[in-house]
Write a protein that binds this ligand. Structure first.
Ligand SMILES: Nc1ncnc2c1ncn2[C@@H]1O[C@H](COP(=O)(O)OP(=O)(O)OP(=O)(O)O)[C@@H](O)[C@H]1O
Length: 374
């Protein structure tokens, strides 16, 4: 079992008085193993940056503990934590050139000048900023400043690297290129990194595990694959995945041989009892109302399926997105071929029981994913 690099235990963050101010992070507990890349993923205001800044020591922890390599640090000044951070707001030193800004991060390391020069040159190449190394922060673009800030963090030999929206200002092609290089750089050196992002593609591409946050609460902390295949709740299910998961509220009924979901507008989805495990059936039958989720890629058109009326049919160059009126809502389907469907046409769709995600109607907690209990 690999060493724990960071352990955040029961952390709360209030801006203003404890229990009365803005409750930005709520009872956060999570661990990061040495060598892992973690993404904090969530929408604006969910508490990602507050979490990162508490780990770095730029924000006070209101409650709970933060341990780095087993040592509690929540009361330590940032310089005592051996954490390197690339800030969303860049925070480069204006009187220093980009080269000096990056090299400054190695000042405490007492490395020979030739070693520093080589490291700085390598980072500049990695981040495609070789041509601006002699310029001052005020004379370069936001995207260039962002890369300089990233370089200043990555060059350090720290126990933990914290990257706040490190590529938010870059155009998509450069972002995709740097994503691959940065991941390689981090993995090759065995660094441990936490990346804050609201971009799920970035989180999926870079992270070993993703911490999904909403409203200051950690919703799920797992591998990208598990988050996609086994979302812990309705929030994660609909937040992660593009296009988002289709969700419909449904009543449940059944016999020894059948399970039926009753959706709005009289739409009924009938399944054989054997389509679900005994344990899933038992959980479903305890409830009268659930939320039924299915990913757009898993919705199939099939004879004998339930009718849905095509409202939008869009070819995106490599796949077709179809939105159809279904059970008082919209069902989105993704197909890989170019599909000639007229607006208003009725299609028959099938929801394979193995692709259904069922969530509790009140709490939103996942009950089952396909055959298995959540
Ligand atoms: N200095 C502050 N004073 C008061 N409230 C703050 C302060 N900083 C953040 N907040 C509030 O705390 C909550 C979490 O903010 P935080 O910046 O951590 O979110 P975020 O997920 O990083 O958002 P973004 O992606 O927009 O940066 C928000 O409601 C925000 O308005």
């Amino acid at each position: 079992m690999s060493e724990t690099a960071l352990f955040i235990n029961g952390v709360d963050k209030f801006y203003g008085p404890i229990d009365y101010g803005v409750h930005a992070v709520k009872q956060l507990t999570m661990d990061v193993k040495k060598g892992e890349i973690i993404a904090l993923l969530g929408s604006s205001g969910c508490g990602k940056t507050s979490t990162l800044r508490m780990v770095a020591g730029f924000e006070a922890v209101s409650r709970g503990t933060i341990a780095l390599k087993g040592r509690e640090v929540q009361t330590f000044a940032p310089v005592k934590r051996n954490v390197a951070m690339a800030f969303e707001g860049y925070s480069l030193y204006p009187p220093l050139t980009v080269r000096e800004n990056i090299a400054f991060a190695l000042k405490a390391s007492k490395l020979a000048q030739s070693v520093v020069d080589q490291k700085v040159a390598d980072i500049a190449k990695l981040l495609e900023i070789e041509d601006i190394m002699g310029r001052y922060p005020s004379s370069i673009s936001g995207g260039q400043q962002q890369r300089a800030s990233l370089g200043r963090a990555l060059i350090r030999d720290a126990d933990l690297h914290l990257l706040d929206e490190p590529m938010g200002q870059l155009e998509p092609q450069l972002r995709a290129l740097l994503r691959g290089r940065i991941k390689h750089f981090i993995k090759e050196r065995g660094l441990t990194a936490i990346l804050v992002t609201h971009d799920q593609t970035e989180a999926n591409a870079l992270a070993d595990r993703i911490a999904v946050m909403e409203g200051g609460v950690l919703q799920q902390f797992d591998t990208p694959q598990m988050i996609k295949e086994r979302p812990a709740n309705l929030f994660t299910g609909t937040f992660v995945g593009e296009p988002p998961m289709n969700v419909f509220s449904a009543g449940i009924s059944g016999t020894d041989d059948t399970v039926s979901f009753g959706l709005n507008e009289g739409v009924k989805l009938d399944y054989k009892a054997s389509d679900f495990s005994h344990a899933v059936r038992a959980e479903l039958m305890k409830r009268s109302k659930v939320m039924l989720g299915i990913r757009p890629y898993a919705v199939r058109r099939s004879e004998g399926g339930v009718g849905a009326k095509v409202a939008v049919n869009q070819w995106l160059g490599d796949q077709t997105h179809i939105a159809a009126d279904f059970a008082g809502g919209t069902m989105v389907l993704v197909e890989h071929d170019r599909t000639n469907l007229a607006i208003g046409e009725t299609v028959a769709i099938r929801l394979d029981p193995g692709s259904l995600h069922v969530f509790d109607g009140d709490s939103g907690k996942a009950i089952s994913h396909g055959q298995e209990l959540a």
